[in-house]
Write a protein that binds this ligand. Structure first.
Ligand SMILES: NC(=O)c1ccc[n+]([C@@H]2O[C@H](COP(=O)([O-])OP(=O)(O)OC[C@H]3O[C@@H](n4cnc5c(N)ncnc54)[C@H](O)[C@@H]3O)[C@@H](O)[C@H]2O)c1
Length: 256
């Protein structure tokens, strides 16, 4: 366990899946939590799970693709907790299909949430973190942000953008007391995104996540907790000398 007592953590996409586990894990470490998500109902369920740990949780219903909404959510978070110590930029969507079948509007929809969304939150929190000479930003990218795969062009390109932004921002903020890192999950089951991608795979005659399990060197698919514990490490003082890194959490599926 990492001692994060008294810190406040804002998590986007914390209503379900990996983000929900990041929220509860950081709460178990001692953080008060803010959930930024479009799904307010599911976010309330996460808030109950956080409350069960004894920490406070505020639900901030907002679309990360809308800069004004993000600024409003961050302002409400600061009103509630006074400061922003940790940000987990985790909200994203996926689209599956060939480049030739991909509508330009669909590409833009994915970028608006997956890439612009990360930028919006960073722009809203960084001045405050720099003023305090303290902050941890952890972006959820993907191993598809390091290698393009068929049928995932928009998603993959948006995650390459997240890694590029992570590195650029890390270099800018390194002298100012703020670290910026990314986690790159592999095949993580038990999330809405994974269920949707599997459904599409079945329709297209492609293997599901479970059917690809034998390709994973560690021999199992991942679960949200595998990602959350790395986020907790990157949020803690134990990772003080790390910035600009994009850490694979893939069971050995990807090693670069
Ligand atoms: N599940 C995997 O196998 C896997 C693999 C690699 C990377 N990832 C990444 O992990 C992160 C979490 O994925 P997950 O599998 O838990 O997905 P999920 O679909 O279960 O959860 C995504 C969350 O983001 C929220 N969200 C979507 N659009 C939003 C918007 N515009 N504004 C605010 N919130 C929004 C959703 O409501 C949901 O709560 C994502 O960044 C995803 O790209 C997942």
């Amino acid at each position: 366990m990492y001692n994060l007592d008294g810190r406040s953590a804002l998590i986007t996409g914390g209503a379900v899946g990996i983000g929900r586990r990041i929220a509860t894990r950081l709460a178990e470490e001692g953080c008060d939590i803010g959930i930024v998500d479009v799904d307010g109902i599911a976010a309330e369920e996460t808030a109950h799970a956080v409350a069960a740990t004894g920490r406070r949780c505020v639900v901030l219903e907002a679309d990360v693709g809308d800069y004004d909404q993000v600024q409003g959510a961050v302002a409400r978070f600061r009103d509630e907790f006074g400061k922003v110590d940790i940000v987990s930029n985790n909200a994203a969507i996926v689209t599956v299909g060939s480049v030739m079948d991909l509508a330009v509007e669909e590409w833009r929809r994915v970028f608006r949430i997956n890439a612009d969304g990360v930028l919006h939150v960073c722009k809203a929190v960084v001045p405050h973190m720099v003023e305090r000479r303290s902050g941890r930003i952890i972006n959820t990218a993907s191993w598809f942000g390091k290698i393009g795969k068929p049928n995932y062009s928009a998603y993959s390109a948006s995650k390459f953008a997240v890694i590029g932004l992570t590195q650029s921002l890390a270099a800018e903020l390194a002298p100012l007391g703020v670290t910026v890192n990314a986690v790159c999950p592999g095949t993580i089951v038990g999330t809405r995104m994974r269920d949707a991608a599997d459904e599409k795979s079945v329709q297209q005659g492609l293997p599901t996540a479970k059917e690809r399990e034998s390709l994973i060197p560690i021999g199992r698919v991942g679960v949200p907790d595998d990602i959350a514990r790395v986020v907790a490490f990157l949020a803690s003082d134990e990772s003080a000398y790390m910035t600009g890194q994009s850490i694979n959490v893939t069971g050995g599926l990807w090693m670069h």
